[in-house]
Design a binder for this molecule. Sequence first.
Ligand code: SAM
Ligand code: SF4
Ligand code: SF4
Length: 338
Amino acid sequence: MTPPLDRLGRPLRDLRISVTDRCNFRCTYCMPKEVYGRDHAFLDRAELLRFGEIEAVVRAAVALGVRKVRLTGGEPLLRRELEWLVRGLSRIEGLEDIALTTNGSLLERKARLLKEAGLSRVTVSLDSLDDATFRRMNDVDFPVARVLAGIDAALEAGFGPVKVNMVVKRGLNDQDLVPMARHFYGRPVILRFIEYMDVGTTNGWRLEDVVPAAEIVARLTAELPLRPLEPNYPGEVALRYATADGRAELGVIASVTRPFCRGCHRARLSADGRLYTCLFAATGFDLKRLLREDDADHAALRTALAGLWATRADRYSEVRTAETAALKSKVEMSYIGG
Ligand code: SAM
Ligand code: SF4
Ligand code: SF4
């Protein structure tokens, strides 16, 4: 089957897979406690795609052009024995890259197992080095030292360079931009600053809270001279910079002020098996039903995926306005995966 292009001529290249909608953090910009409290109804175990089902979807996606998957959530390391999924995925011919995005809290325990299972890369989210600020942001009193230990464990297991993602929210952690850059300077870590986005409907997003990429770069440059780097490949989401001495690489993900929909080759699979063609989509296609009730084989899955991709015209970030940001029908990031 010829790999499909969507309605804007974009091929399908990467798949983000949410393996759970649960998380042990309550980051205020992602799963605010008021919404994700004790009585929040998370998915039942039976509703989650089983590892074999995820592998079947990935096989079909690879046949259509996917070369890279990223495991995410919720917190993906809360999914029991995730290394078995990694092992299964690592056997899929044509899949070149298996990455993981994690809050780092369980990495000390898991890094080596994941490496042995065939995981290619690790990204750790860390929003501040200041313990009080970090505890306030994760809202479960989790100490920064344990995430740093998780990053070290990933490096020791051979995952270097590890990417570290920092979501920047004005007035909350923007004072930590330079300290973060200084902390990781000279280490095998690529630090990436992420503009706070209007995903979902529960985080109370306001444009005033976004620190634009241009301001992030200006504030860093004032202390650490930076020079821009070429993208690694066309359509790379992060704007890349190096320090003048070349000892550190930094990235900025400007999803709000410099949207990259034109180069967006990504689909997302929710933990309960819905396929979304945009982070800001309102609805996803129920692949689990196809897998379970209709007992779909490889060809049927591939046909369904190809059809979904061929009708895709998403470019939410390029057409974002105050009205679209306030839409009440967007899915939550913890469900669909960041
Ligand atoms: N729990 C894992 C973690 O935190 O790395 C994986 C899932 S999390 C939803 C994936 C990424 O999305 C994290 O780096 C997180 O900081 C980012 N994220 C969550 N909400 C966001 C928002 N409103 N704007 C920008 N990034 C966000
Ligand atoms: Fe959990 Fe990650 Fe969302 Fe934080 S950003 S609440 S760690 S899923
Ligand atoms: Fe891709 Fe949608 Fe984000 Fe645009 S808004 S880059 S189409 S996920």
